[in-house]
Design a protein around this ligand. Structure first.
Ligand SMILES: *Cc1c(COP(=O)(O)O)cnc(C)c1O
Length: 522
């Protein structure tokens, strides 16, 4: 770039092209068109012989137009999907501070265990005598989950946290119906701060949701529960530690109120990572709790793999556990699939659950041991508190600067009058190479920013994250709105209209109209 004296001007930060290139690629980051835009109908990755002459038998069902599938050569196909995969942000590429999600490292040991042919290559319909080892693994994992929670039974088949909630609430409904109270107990209490899946699950099972207000301190108080408890209440769904990252200190008293009133206590155990080895939910009076193997027990989630949400049940709900479950007869393990003659719920899913996740979770548990699991929880809590302590002078904490559990919750009071919002701040983190924290959740806190570093981060990695947030925070407080408005600037896509994307998603690609060449038309 030359100035009017013919001397080069100082290069801008983004370089002479302001980040614009002829190819649309930036550095080695490729701009990726849709496969439908680059594919050609006549291209293919394989050589296919012309089919021999035949008489079509499809009659009127025969396709009349071109099918329109994109054709690419093998290397083009390969590159397209590899480049797309590189656009994913993943736990394997950087710190993932998404609160409530426990995005922790997935140890590679677990992966190699899950790939052992004896686990990876079996089929759910194989004769049981040929999969005794797999059944033994399910039984052993179930034993660990019951021991860690001090519960009577565990349903292994639910395939995610929300599915586990469904299982637990269905067990509660079955227990209530067995007592002949199905018609009267129709209400489930759910705190305002709950994860959206809780009220959704209660409603999906057919319960009416009654909201429990949170106290000034972010906790649910026994008085609030008592005030709402009545003969129409089937139970409560409570998260502990709750979604504000705080331990519900009066949970035992809340359990008592629910039980005395004839209800059941469902605990959302997605945040179990904070308390494994420290507190056993069964000791707190909980009747049902899902455990997200894909959070606490390090199995992959999101794009990395399917979830798995086993549900532990107290003795009051154990008879209603769904089929199938593993039963031991001496040396032989049998899968009980028939509910006839029992109070068991039917099936929640085809087959037995996420076998690959069971292998990974047990591998994680055995490689840590009881002491290691406890240490992991302590480190997760320590890391979150380190983040809190290092940012508390700049960013505001809604419930005061007191210790949190495995995640730390900031609100947007500190951004008041800066012209920067929670959304702007989170988007600017992307330019700095960080996946944003959970934003605007829980709803009880204005402009919430929920950070869960997990125990997998080293001090050095936490420090860089903290220093980056400090730099961004000071920038916001100095009123440098340009760094935030419209961020991210360096991502392949800029600020998207997320509301429109959610409300009016375009789920189907349609061929664009041919662009009329304006010059040619003149
Ligand atoms: C993740 C989560 C869930 C839901 O779990 P899924 O496996 O995503 O269905 C429920 N409650 C809380 C608090 C969670 O963090």
């Amino acid at each position: 770039m030359l100035n009017n004296q013919g001397r080069p001007t100082a290069p801008k930060k983004l370089g002479a092209h302001e980040g614009k290139t002829f190819s649309g690629h930036r550095g080695l980051l490729m701009e990726e068109a849709l496969i439908f835009e680059t594919g050609r109908i006549d291209a293919t990755g394989v050589d296919l012989d012309e089919p021999a002459a035949f008489t079509p038998r499809l009659g009127t069902l025969a396709r009349e137009e071109e099918i329109g599938l994109p054709g690419l050569s093998e290397p083009e196909t390969m590159r397209h999907y590899v480049r797309l995969s590189q656009k994913n942000y993943a736990i394997d590429s950087g710190l993932y501070p998404l609160g409530s999600c426990t995005m922790k490292h997935n140890p590679r040991l677990n992966e190699s265990m899950a790939r052992l042919p004896g686990f990876a290559d079996i089929h759910p319909l194989q004769p049981q005598s040929t999969v005794q080892g797999a059944l033994a693994l399910i039984e052993e994992l179930a034993g660990w989950l019951m021991a860690l929670t001090n519960m009577e039974a565990v349903a292994m088949s639910p395939k995610a946290g929300a599915h586990g909630e469904y299982c637990g609430m269905a067990a509660i409904k079955a227990a209530i119906e067995a007592k002949g109270e199905g018609a009267t107990r129709r209400v489930v209490l759910v705190p305002e701060s709950a994860h959206g899946t809780n009220p959704a699950t209660a409603a999906a099972i057919g319960f009416e949701v009654r909201s429990v207000p949170a106290g000034e301190d972010g906790n649910v108080h026994p008085q609030a529960v008592r005030a709402l408890m009545g003969p129409d209440v089937a139970g409560i769904m409570l998260t502990n530690p709750n979604t504000c990252g705080l331990f519900e200190r009066q949970i035992v008293e809340i359990a008592q109120i629910i039980h005395e009133g004839g209800g059941y206590f469902y605990c959302d155990g997605a945040n179990f990572n904070a308390i494994v080895g420290k507190v056993r939910p069964g000791d707190l009076g909980i009747d049902a709790m899902h455990i997200n193997l894909h959070k606490t027990f390090s199995t992959p989630h999101g794009g990395g793999g399917p979830g798995s949400g086993p549900v532990v049940l107290s003795s009051r709900l154990a008879p209603f556990a769904p089929v199938p479950f593993v039963r031991r007869n001496g040396d032989h393990l049998a899968l009980v699939e028939d509910k006839v003659g029992t109070q068991a719920l039917g099936r929640l899913t085809a087959f037995h659950g996420q076998m690959g996740m069971f292998v990974r979770a047990l591998s994680y548990i055995l490689s840590h041991g009881a002491d290691g699991l406890k240490q992991a929880s302590e480190d997760a809590v320590l890391n979150a508190n380190y983040v809190r302590a290092r940012l508390a002078d700049l960013m505001s904490l809604p419930f005061g600067n007191r210790p949190c559990m495995h995640e730390v919750l900031f609100d947007d009071t500190w951004l008041k009058d800066t012209g920067v919002t929670t959304l702007d701040f989170a988007k600017a983190m992307i330019d700095e190479g960080y996946h944003p924290m959970t934003m605007y959740f829980p709803l009880v806190v204005h402009g919430a920013m929920l950070i869960e570093p997990t125990e997998s981060e080293s001090l050095a990695s936490l420090e860089l994250f903290i220093m980056t947030l400090r730099d961004l925070a000071m920038s916001a407080l100095r009123g440098e709105t340009a760094r935030f408005e419209g961020a991210p600037f360096l991502a392949p896509r800029k600020r998207l209209d997320e509301t429109r994307a959610a409300r009016a998603p375009v789920l189907r690609w349609t061929k664009p109209e041919p662009i009329v060449d304006a010059q040619a038309a003149e």
